[in-house]
Design a protein around this ligand. Structure first.
Ligand code: HEM
Ligand code: HEM
Length: 213
């Protein structure tokens, strides 16, 4: 039987560009940080660390942009659209985290993971620039933290835990997208490229409007 869809333009251009800005700079930081930490000390390693700190600055621009857009952007880009307390409690009670949602906009459970990711990435910027200051005398915190070696171990360790938490986020994020594409037969992944979301007629039946969750 042919599946009938309704589509709606949900993610504006700035939100989509910022998604790829953050995704690519995060991947760049994960690769450079992981590689450099496995290299022997020397000029090659120093080059990769310099690259890591440069991509770190690019990430900060994206994070600041996303925070601003989360405050002043259109409805589906705003952080207020990420908060679905009722739905989170319901899925906690029913233990159904991956149920399909008929409303347009971010999936309620995915929204919670995005808020977590943004918190994590802000933490990575803070810890990253602290390390840059202490170990390399670089960046905006260099003047303040240059001699703070007593904090080095804990900052380095939490920065590394942050790396593994991001690995976990990406695996579950991409895994959930693949799962929903296959299970619910909806073209989800393309929405962050085209801006259009699709819902089956069966999904939106009974929803008065796309705000209703
Ligand atoms: C690899 C690093 C990636 C990271 C760090 C990442 C991060 C994020 C974040 C933070 C959001 C929320 C966007 C917002 O603020 O509005 C998001 C949404 C989204 N991402 Fe990614 N992403 C990554 C890769 C991908 C890939 C490879 C795809 C596949 C095309 C993808 C597809 C999507 C889609 C479709 C949404 C919207 C989903 C929804 O409606 O809930 N992402 N991603
Ligand atoms: C998504 C964000 C980030 C990821 C995934 C990431 C990843 C990593 C990893 C895996 C390490 C090696 C940890 C170890 O095993 O010792 C590292 C170290 C480091 N990161 Fe990041 N990082 C991120 C953001 C940043 C930012 C924004 C900066 C700021 C410039 C930064 C600066 C540094 C510095 C200075 C070090 C230590 C360098 C050294 O040991 O000489 N990182 N990072």
């Amino acid at each position: 039987m042919t599946q009938m869809y309704t589509r709606k333009y949900v993610y504006d251009a700035a939100q989509r560009i910022l998604h790829w800005w953050l995704a690519l700079s995060t991947l760049g930081l994960m690769t450079s940080g992981f590689l450099a930490s496995k290299m022997d000390p020397g000029s090659d390693q120093a080059f990769v660390w310099t690259l890591h700190m440069t991509v770190g600055k690019i990430l900060v621009v994206g994070v600041v942009g996303r925070i601003l857009w989360g405050i002043i952007g259109p409805r589906h880009a705003r952080f207020s659209a990420f908060i679905h307390i009722k739905s989170w409690i319901e899925s906690l009670k029913s233990k159904k985290m991956l149920s399909a949602d008929g409303a347009f906009g971010h999936h309620p459970q995915a929204s919670l993971s995005y808020l977590g990711f943004y918190g994590l990435i802000v933490f990575m910027c803070g810890s990253g620039f602290s390390l840059a200051a202490i170990l390399h005398g670089e960046g905006p915190l260099a003047e303040v933290l240059l001699d703070e070696f007593k904090y080095l171990k804990i900052i380095n360790q939490t920065h590394e835990y942050g790396f593994w938490a991001i690995v976990f986020f990406i695996v579950t994020h991409v895994g959930a997208l693949v799962f929903h594409e296959w299970h619910d037969k909806i073209p989800i992944a393309q929405s962050i490229i085209s801006g259009f979301q699709y819902r089956t007629h069966k999904q939106i039946k009974g929803k008065k409007n796309d705000d209703q969750r």
